[in-house]
Structures are given as C-alpha cells and as structure tokens.
Design a protein around this ligand. Structure first.
Ligand code: 5AD
Ligand code: SF4
Length: 441
C-alpha cells in the first residue's frame, strides 16, 4: 500500500508568488509530503492567489467552489488559501464565509508559519485564519523546492513604495525591505553547488534595492558583487522602474559578463498625461531617452515591457501615443493588460473609467502592434549563432531541445540531450513571432 501523502499547489500571479509556492513546497517536502498534479490524490491543497487584476481573483473563486465536492468525500483533506488576495482587507473573512470548508488562510507575510498552522488545524479541528499586515523581519533559510534545476529565482527585496495609482501591490506586499548582500550571495553560491547556471533576481522595483539597509548598499554594487561568484553563468533581474534605473546599473549590465543583456522596463503607457495620472513619475520623453541611452550603452540589448490599456481618462490620442511608443522602442516582447479596477487604489475612484468595449478594441490593436515589433526583432536572429542555456526537451516536440538566449528568447532546436543544463551554440534557422527555431552546432 502507498503510504505516501501528497500535496497539490496551484499558483496565480507573478514570479514572487511562484517563489513563495516553491518555499511552501520545500517546507511540505521536508515534512515528508510529495508533490502531485492531481487534486484527488492530495491530503493538502493550497491555492496561492493573486489580486493584481480582477480575472486572477475570479479564477480563484471558481477553483475554490469546485473543491467542495472533494472535501465532502475526504474529510481529512486540508484546504489552504494564501497569497496577495488574502492581504486585502476583509477578504479572508469573506472567503471563509463563502467557502466554510477552507481550513487555513494566511497571507504573504506569514507563509513561513504554514507548517505550524497545518498542525494546529489538525489538532484543534477548526479553521485557522491568520493574515499578518506586516512582515516581522525577513525570514531566511526556508527550504525551497524549485521548479527548474538549471535556473532559479532569487528574491532580493520584498514590497514596493511606489503607489502607482492602479496597483494593489503596495497594499498587499507592504513597504520595500531588502535582503542583505551576504544572504543573497550565500543563496546563489548554494545554487551553484547544486548545479544551477542562471539566477533571476526578483523585486517589485529592484533599482531601489538596498536603500533601506544600514549602511545602504546600491543595486549596481550588488550586481557587481554577484557577477564575481564562480560557477554562476547568467544573472538577470526584474522588475526595473524607469524612474530609478540609474547609469551605474546600465553600466554594470554593459560591463559585467554574466549580467544578461536584457532589461524588463515597464512603460505602462506612452502618454505623458496618463503616466502622470498613474503616478509613474516619468514622461514619455524621459522614458524614450532612457531607452536610447540603454541601447547605446548595451548594443543588442533586449527590452521588454508591461503596458496597461484603458486606464481611466485614456483618450484615443493617448492610446495612439502608446502605439507609437511601441513602434519606436521595438520591444522584444511585451505583457499587455486591460486596466482592471482594484478596490482600495486611487484609480478605482477616478470618474473617467473607459468602457470595456473600448478597452478590448484598443487591446486588440495594441497586441497586433506588439506582435509586429516582436516578429521584426526575432527576424534579426535568422542566420545568427547564439548561446542557449538548455533547459530541457521542447514542449511541442520531445525530440527537440528548448532553452533561452541571453536576451531571453525562447529557442526550440535539434541538439544533444546530454547538453541539458549546459550553454551551447545554436544556429538560428527560422524566426517565429514568439520563438526561434535552430540547430546546435
Ligand atoms: N490593471 C491592469 N494591469 C495592472 N498591472 C498592475 N495593476 C494593474 C491593474 N489594476 C500590471 C502592470 C504591472 C504588471 C505586473 O501588472 O502593468 O507592471
Ligand atoms: Fe505596482 Fe507600481 Fe509598485 Fe510596480 S512599481 S508593484 S506597478 S506600485
């Protein structure tokens, strides 16, 4: 008989949430559980939620409702809900009222307490709701069960101080808190020992890394320090706020060999009027001159971005400023979002909301423009030989391999499976809109 107990974890949202799930998974594996993709087989089901846009929340509700039948069949099943959605005022209470079969609710600041909550709910046989509104210091040294064994996310700071008027993140993730350079360096050295080749440094606004440390420590100095770690081959970082991306960081990317030539630089809108309403603290012109500076200092750099369509007050003219900016910058790729009203944020109260119909129509036009720019960028790779970190077999064809270039382009190619986990030379034979095809040489 199989005595193994399983857990299932579903994650919505950004890489921060993914990393939190990897930590929850690490804690559960330490307790003897194994991970499964089957809810039916599990004794613990965790939903790690996101609240950045409304549709992320709607998905959580739908999935939670569907768990009722499972819980009725198996009363030992523990259902836990956590993540950003739970940090919203009144949300935890609303969830337990609507879904009384939920056993544990916790937030982003107390995820490390999960094993304790698990024991408590079993012993006391009642639901536990515990959402901290502030982190009590950064908890280091949690076990972590990573998705990949070639590349890893490493959070360097938590929270955000920017309060863009559309965004819920500062309310649910709290103020900026940086990990020490020593802890970050130690984590990366441990990753190298386990065979990892690439790390992505994570933070809502990595450019303000270290401002809260005593003494302060700049992001550029952190990058230079990490670049000296033997054995790590690629270092990426995200997200950069354009208002804080300083010359020393651009110079570090240009000079340090392990720092990938890729910058994720969310613009959000191409209209200075809308940027002001969004509280982004830069104009279209300032953003474009920053882009030109980056392109001049880092030849061949890949630029990616986030764009919101239909922010309150966005006119056709404002939207066409976004379209023209996309065409001028020639992004390598862009995440495009329909503006979603988030209760508790200033923009939710703005009276100039744009209709869903207009938002959709602009969104479609934007996606076309973005795809055109991406396809053009990818075309430039045809015939070139690039270095690819091989992540595994290709999703669409397991005879082929897949990996990414330094500029974060996805490449599917014919090659030697023994090279999984290594960096190889690949000749690009054909460009597609979202990926490249090639062969190992
Ligand atoms: N509506 C739509 N998109 C949003 N984002 C953040 N908040 C909202 C919102 N209310 C987008 C931004 C951000 C990305 C992570 O999510 O573009 O950069
Ligand atoms: Fe949200 Fe703005 Fe902070 Fe990014 S910088 S997390 S968009 S408030």
């Amino acid at each position: 008989m199989d005595n193994q107990k399983y857990f299932y974890i579903e994650t919505w949202g950004c890489q921060m949430n993914e990393e939190d799930s990897e930590k929850l998974s690490g804690m559960l594996k330490n307790m003897g559980y194994a991970k499964t993709e089957e809810k039916k087989k599990s004794s613990i089901i965790i939903f790690n939620t996101c609240c950045v846009r409304e549709n992320a929340e709607l998905k959580v509700y739908g999935n939670l409702g569907a768990l009722k039948a499972l819980k009725e069949k198996n009363s030992d099943l523990i259902i836990a809900v956590c993540g950003c959605m739970m940090q919203q005022e009144g949300m935890a209470e609303a969830i337990i009222k609507k879904y009384p079969f939920v056993d544990i609710i916790f937030g982003t600041h107390n995820a490390h307490m999960f094993p304790e909550y698990l024991n408590r709910t079993r012993q006391e046989n009642k639901s536990i709701i515990e959402v901290w509104d502030k982190e009590k210091g950064i908890v280091e040294g949690l076990p972590i069960d990573r998705e990949s064994n070639t590349k890893a996310f490493v959070t360097i700071m938590y929270g955000c101080n920017n309060f863009c008027t559309y965004c819920i993140v500062p309310y649910v993730r709290g103020r900026e808190r940086s990990r020490t350079p020593e802890e970050i360096e130690k984590e990366i050295m441990e990753l190298v020992d386990k065979g990892y080749k690439e790390v992505t440094l994570l933070g809502q606004n990595v450019n303000s890394y270290g401002k809260d440390l005593v003494p302060s420590f700049s992001f550029a100095d952190l990058l230079k320090r990490l670049n000296n770690i033997d054995g790590i081959e690629r270092i990426r970082f995200m997200t950069s706020h354009p208002k804080d991306l300083t010359d020393d960081v651009i110079d570090a990317v240009a000079e340090c060999s392990k720092l990938c030539d890729h910058i994720h630089l969310p613009v959000q809108s191409g209209s200075s009027k809308i940027l002001k309403e969004m509280n982004r603290k830069y104009t279209r012109e300032e953003y474009l001159s920053l882009v030109n500076k980056i392109k001049a200092k880092i030849p061949g750099v890949a630029l990616t971005t986030d764009i919101i369509v239909g922010f309150p007050g966005e006119t056709e003219e404002d939207f066409s400023d976004t379209l023209s900016l996309v065409s001028e910058v020639e992004y390598d790729s862009a995440f495009t979002f329909l503006y979603s009203t988030r209760k508790g944020t200033p923009a939710c109260e703005f009276e100039t909301q744009v209709s869903e119909e207009v938002k959709r129509e602009r969104f479609n036009r934007l996606v076309e423009e973005v795809n055109r720019a991406c396809a053009k960028k990818n075309k430039e790779y045809e015939g070139r030989t690039v270095k690819v970190l091989v992540e595994g077999t290709s999703k669409s064809d397991d005879e082929k391999l897949m990996g990414r270039t330094e500029t974060s382009k996805l490449v599917n190619f014919a090659g030697n499976k023994n090279n999984i986990g290594k960096i190889v030379n690949v000749k690009i034979t054909k460009a597609q809109t979202f990926s490249l095809l090639g062969e190992e040489i």
